[in-house]
Design a binder for this molecule. Structure first.
Ligand code: AMP
Ligand code: FE
Ligand code: FE
Ligand code: ZN
Length: 281
């Protein structure tokens, strides 16, 4: 049997709806051999997921998804195979969480100025122990029937230029890439097809980017081909995953993107090489 992996999954430790153990159980149901949990700005799911994965014979790779900005353009960077107890990383994540909590109050203020009956408590109820984000706001707007769908919430209110948009802590791409590298990880550009800024790739490469997410639930075959070509031209590692948020966006995406295990082998191999470089270089 050809082994397969999904390297982009969120849990309720960020803005997904599955617990780490539920993710592992679904991964088994979907016949995945390996997964990476990539919560936004959090590594809190990793210990539980690692334990559940081990008991079910599924391989789990440490992952995270961090946001950076180039001017107003948001760039998502995935990190893999890093030390998830790295104190510099953990310190930064704590700061990012605090900024995100503050941001919810600012978003709510903007929604209230538009005369919507939305309160921070409604949103934090949904956040639970997760990392508060726009998806929680969008779900609250749907629950309150202010919008008909998550997509509408983003389109009308939550994207740049729209009346309830608030940016997060504006880390630069260089800062985010260095943060992952110093924790011994491999920085990978997430869903470039959603970012639609291929012109930024050479800059990211200069800053230490090592890989690109070619396979993603929102990349059609044409886009996969395009980014595979870019990966080849720039010598980038190829990764992929579903970007499953549990049921937060409607249907479950876990199992919809399965990449060959060989790609994970290459990622792990590269990670070992970079770690050697960190130690000896
Ligand atoms: P944040 O990190 O708080 O800025 O929120 C980003 C989250 O919102 C990510 O989980 C994205 O998957 C989600 N998101 C961003 N844009 C959209 C969209 N148009 N439709 C659905 N989810 C979105
Ligand atoms: Fe998300
Ligand atoms: Fe993302
Ligand atoms: Zn994601």
């Amino acid at each position: 049997m050809n082994r397969v992996a999904d390297l982009h999954i969120h849990t309720l430790e960020s803005d997904g709806t599955f617990t780490p153990t539920e993710v592992v159980l679904k991964a088994r149901d979907q016949k995945l051999d390996a997964i990476a949990i990539t919560d936004h700005d959090s590594v809190k799911a990793l210990d539980e997921a690692r334990e559940s994965a081990q008991s079910l014979g599924i391989e789990m790779i440490a992952g995270i998804e961090l946001s950076a900005y180039v001017d107003d353009c948001e760039v998502h960077i995935l990190g893999y195979c890093f030390d998830d107890k790295d104190p510099v990383l953990l310190g930064k994540l704590q700061l990012l969480r605090e900024v995100r909590e503050q941001r919810i109050f600012e978003i709510v203020k903007k929604l209230q100025a538009l005369n919507f009956d939305v309160h921070a408590e409604d949103i934090f109820l949904l956040v639970g122990k997760g990392v508060p984000g726009r998806l929680h706001v969008a779900r609250t707007l749907v629950a309150k029937k202010i919008v008909g769908s998550i997509a509408e919430a983003f389109k009308r209110f939550l994207t740049p230029g729209k009346p309830a948009y608030v940016p997060k802590e504006k880390l630069s791409t260089g800062e985010v890439i260095r943060l992952i590298l110093q924790a011994g990880g491999v920085p990978v550009l997430a869903h470039p097809g959603l970012m639609k800024r291929d012109d930024l790739i050479p800059k990211l490469l200069n800053e230490g980017l090592k890989g690109i997410e070619v396979y993603h639930s929102e990349h059609v075959t044409e886009k996969q081909r395009h980014y595979l070509e870019i990966a080849k031209n720039f010598g980038l590692i190829v990764t992929g995953g579903s970007d499953c948020h549990g049921l937060a966006k409607g249907k479950m995406l876990l199992g919809t993107v399965k990449i060959p295990y060989d790609l994970l082998e290459l990622l792990k191999h590269a990670s070992r090489n970079y770690k050697e470089g960190l130690i000896h270089g």
